[in-house]
Design a protein around this ligand. Structure first.
Ligand code: TYD
Length: 135
């Protein structure tokens, strides 16, 4: 099974434009406790390079495009994302990296919990040990 998982959002489109709808537990499989967004991203400066122990996230490309790399320690997959894509699910223990941002790229992230640095694993070798159940 692919580690690239999309969620279904609701949308209303008419001659006034596009309205995207994301409700906790209905479209997003968790209670949303935190929202953050990324903008003014640099095409040549990738971000991410971490995983989370427990946090579940959904990333929505609101504008522009970028590339997400997801890695479960065994398989690594890359997906080019733009604003026509559904939210991308980022599950715990999935290493993620973002790169090749367009100048107008805006990424909205919905998270299942508040920010806790202790939930982060920023060392790739430690991540590999964790998913291989060595720690
Ligand atoms: P960082 O994890 O480096 O961002 P990215 O994964 O996009 O590369 O986060 C940058 C800084 O912001 C870091 O010091 C942690 C902090 N931060 C918060 O304080 N709250 C948050 O909700 C997030 C996502 C990050």
């Amino acid at each position: 099974m692919s580690i690239i998982k999309f969620l279904e959002l609701d949308s209303k489109v008419d001659n006034r434009g596009y309205l995207g709808i994301l409700e906790s537990t209905r479209h997003i499989p968790f209670d949303i406790k935190r929202i953050y967004f990324l903008k003014n991203l640099q095409s040549d400066i990738p971000r991410g390079f971490h995983t989370h122990k427990k946090l579940i996230q959904a990333a929505v490309c609101i504008s522009g495009n970028y590339e997400m790399i997801l890695d479960d320690g065994k398989n690594k997959e890359s997906v080019a994302l733009n604003s026509s894509h559904s939210p991308l699910l980022i599950e715990p223990l999935i290493w993620h990296e973002m790169q090749n941002f367009s100048h107008d790229c805006i990424i909205l992230v919905l998270a299942s919990d508040f920010y806790f640095e202790d939930d982060y694993v920023r060392d790739y070798e430690q991540f590999l040990r964790m998913v291989n159940e060595e720690i």
